[in-house]
Design a protein around this ligand. Sequence first.
Ligand code: DX5
Ligand code: ZN
Length: 236
Amino acid sequence: MGHDAVALPTPKISPSMLSSDFANLASEAKFMEDCGADWLHMDIMDGHFVPNLTIGEPVIKALRKHTKAFLDCHLMVTNPADYVMPFAKAGASSFTFHAEVTKDSWPELIKSIKSSGMQAGVAIKPGTPIEDIFPLVEGEDSVDMVLVMTVEPGFGGQSFMPDMMPKVKELRRRYPNLDIQVDGGLAPSTIDQAAAAGANVIVAGSAVFGAKDPAGVIKILRNSIERAQSSKIFFQ
Ligand code: DX5
Ligand code: ZN
């Protein structure tokens, strides 16, 4: 109904570098770009918001010297506001924080992310209702992307949670142009569910890095999104 003229957002495949060989990060990044990756997903974990510790701003800064790729930074940290400037200076392209923290200061956080030249995203854990983030998409200082976690954040290689798809569907119904990212357990066997629900930004770690043919997997993921988008299933 009146949605025919709406252009759905471009499919983007964002391999999670968490599954790469961190000791060879620059060449792994180059390899992913050669395989057709649109973005590179960087999982920042602080050992507090999640029970795992990964990388921080110094690694983004080091990697930025080797690539012009869009560095899609997912901050699983308790105090994202402290990292906005350091990440912007390090060369992060986007900054996705978790809705479960900093509830009182969302508008300020989004404003500071965008004014420092990065795209802003908000992520929700499986237990967080989608309604919680509607104000962040609709507000004056709104996010560019919503990340719907399809596993509990903290580790790669977990199983996709199909019961998160109603969240994606509701987001796509409300916001036809919004970048909607899914993260956790995405693979050729699960992508069709995410694509049918309306996701267009796909994070995949183990499915891409563990494959014999990573470029082939990236292509399968992209084709699934394109097929779903051209079938117009979202607007029926
Ligand atoms: C989980 C991370 C994900 C994860 C994805 O906390 O946010 O990005 O690494 O890995 P796979 O695709 O292996 O589930
Ligand atoms: Zn992630």
